[in-house]
Design a binder for this molecule. Structure first.
Ligand code: OXD
Ligand code: MN
Length: 581
């Protein structure tokens, strides 16, 4: 058990409420993992995959009604609704506790209650934060063991720190009408019931490391962001770290694990993170980033040796697959996998590719894998101070309007670009796919407080850091008139990063435009790829009338946050609007 009395009391009270048959304190050992796997194979919660070709890989099928995050059932519960802001669903904390506790009453009867201590961030970093998740799902335990530093070392740190985030989770009866994901930022606590799926259930991830942490970060002077962290060295031997904020399922994992194309010799790239970054101003006055996670919970469809060889290789052993299809020889299969044929779909039903009208794997099917399995793993993931950041990329899926890349004039303009960014929605959340929505800093589903206050907090870093990163907007998803992608993407995105690094080094040219600095066509290294002049021209094009509409829409969006919106942000917006003429 533990010497921390508040943890002991909380576990006791929770057991009284939920009435489990057994309580198991997780230590994170290999024996514990193996026992859980055996037990889940027995109950059918896990299915063993072909152990010759996918050793120690297993498949989990979630309930078909439970396959993505549920933003409409996710609440921020602060005493004052204004503090949660228009970006969040809100519920009064007392009402929220009453509502959800009624669902938790007796919900673990016949089940084991697992107590899962975990640490977000390197176990010895002053910037890391711990939590404890209580759950009745062994699938959650296995995933938390991969995604966080879970078990005894985390418990020791909690006993030392004396503080931790409380996360209570139960799959309940998986009834979507009794599903809630509730956050109580002021109490540093989370309650989630009715879902066993990823972001709803692995409480260390979105609930703690983004929603609760963003709130905590604001009061403590740091940032918790939905960002990848990638390191790279160019042929001159210069090393830079870049952050990228992209909405869910827009290629963060691919960019975080980018493989330099053969036509760009001399480049090296390594991954620090691919979903979440915690940012602090270091003692050197620079913005530094740690990855609070220890693993990847990545979207499987589209993963192939061509799109992301590192990811493809790393998911061939010790991986939990969720909601993928199966081949006749019991290998996992997904759309975009270049070998094998699916014969069973993600729901376990027979599947015939020739006649099927739906995908075999769920579009939001996932792999859970330790970051250490990534061929581009960097030991700097364990660095207690994190890595210094040269540039921040904001981006989304935009068929039109947004050019391939542009640079902000200064930090505040960069914050305006991040605040105004938009993207087409994806399968990562329940709802319509492909609709353009504003998604500030890719944090719409994850910011634990009012966006207007969040933008002010971002702006405040001008006064906190000696040297801030340069800020860019990128768009890998621009399409031509026939709906074909104009930019090759994947490894070739390094061509854009190369220009960005040259800008950070004060070397590269750019042309000034009303929306910021754009590379001239000759500033992007295009050696070895086939890109027509017309495609390049379209990628760099700023359509005056489309941009007028875009800026007007951003203006309306900012206005919708009311009086808390910082004046500096409105001024930056007006500057761009004026420049557009
Ligand atoms: C994720 C998401 O799972 O953003 O990372 O939805
Ligand atoms: Mn994400």
């Amino acid at each position: 058990m533990t010497t921390n009395t508040s943890l002991r009391d909380w576990v006791e009270q929770t057991a009284k409420l939920t009435r489990p048959d057994r309580i198991h304190w997780c230590n994170g050992s290999d024996i514990e993992r193996d026992e859980l796997i055996q037990q889940m194979l027995g109950t059918g919660d896990l299915i063993e995959l072909n152990q010759a070709t996918f050793p120690k890989c297993y498949l989990h099928r979630s309930n078909p009604s439970d396959v993505a995050r549920v933003e409409h059932l996710t609440f921020i519960c602060t005493p004052d609704q204004e503090d949660a802001g228009p970006n969040n669903n809100w519920m009064d904390p007392a009402a929220a506790h009453a509502r959800i506790d009624a669902l938790f009453a007796g919900c673990m009867q016949g089940r084991t209650m697992y107590v899962v201590p975990y640490c977000m961030g390197p176990i010895n970093s002053p910037h890391s934060r711990c939590g404890v998740e209580i759950t009745d799902s062994p699938y959650v335990v296995l995933n938390m063991r991969i995604m966080t530093r879970m078990g005894t070392p985390a418990l020791h740190r909690i006993e030392q720190d004396g503080t931790f985030v409380r996360g209570l989770h139960s799959i309940g009866d998986l009834d979507p009408d009794k599903r809630f994901i509730m956050h109580f930022p002021e109490e540093l606590s989370i309650k989630s019931i009715g879902s066993g799926y990823g972001g709803n259930a692995l409480l260390g991830k979105k609930c703690h490391a983004l929603r609760i942490a963003s709130y905590q970060a604001r009061t403590e002077g740091w940032l918790a962001e939905h960002m990848l962290i990638v390191g790279m060295e160019n042929p001159r031997g210069e090393v830079h770290y870049v952050l990228g904020a992209f909405p869910s399922a827009c290629g963060k994992t691919n960019l975080g694990m980018l493989i330099p194309p053969d036509t760009m010799p001399g480049w090296k790239v390594w991954t620090i993170g691919e979903d979440i970054a915690w940012l602090h101003v270091g003692s050197d006055g620079r913005l530094r980033a740690i990855n609070p996670e220890a693993g990847f919970f990545g979207v499987v469809p589209g993963t192939s040796p061509k799109t992301n060889r590192n990811a493809y290789e790393m998911i061939h052993h010790d991986t939990i697959f969720t909601n993928v299809a199966l081949t006749a020889d019991n290998e996992p299969w997904w759309e975009g996998r270049t070998s094998g044929t699916p014969v069973i779909d993600w729901q376990g039903k027979p599947y015939d590719k020739a006649t099927a009208t739906t995908p075999a794997a769920h579009p939001n099917s996932r792999f859970t894998v330790s970051a250490k399995q990534n061929p581009a793993y960097s030991h700097l993931m364990e660095h207690p101070e994190g890595v210094p950041i040269s540039a921040i990329l904001f981006g989304g899926r935009r068929r039109e309007v947004a050019p391939l890349v542009y640079e902000a004039r200064d930090w505040a303009h960069g914050v305006m670009i991040g605040a105004g960014m938009a993207s087409e929605t994806t399968a990562a959340a329940v709802g319509q796919v492909g609709v353009v929505r504003r998604d500030s800093m890719a944090m719409k589903p994850f910011c634990g407080y009012n966006f207007a206050d969040y933008w002010s907090h971002w702006l405040s870093f001008e006064g906190r850091a000696k040297q801030l990163p340069k800020v860019y907007h990128v768009n890998w998803f621009r399409q031509d008139r026939d709906g074909k992608f104009l930019w090759p993407g994947f490894g070739d995105n390094l061509r854009v990063l190369s220009w960005i690094i040259d800008r950070c080094e004060g070397r590269a040219q750019a042309k000034e435009t009303p929306i910021g600095f754009l590379p001239r066509p000759e500033d992007i290294d295009l050696k070895g790829i086939n890109l027509s002049d017309d495609a390049l021209q379209q990628l760099m094009n700023i359509d005056q009338s489309a941009w007028h509409a875009e800026i007007e829409d951003i203006g309306k969006y900012l206005e919708s946050y009311g009086t808390r919106v910082p004046q500096q942000l409105k001024d930056k917006h007006r500057q761009v609007q004026r420049a557009l003429g």
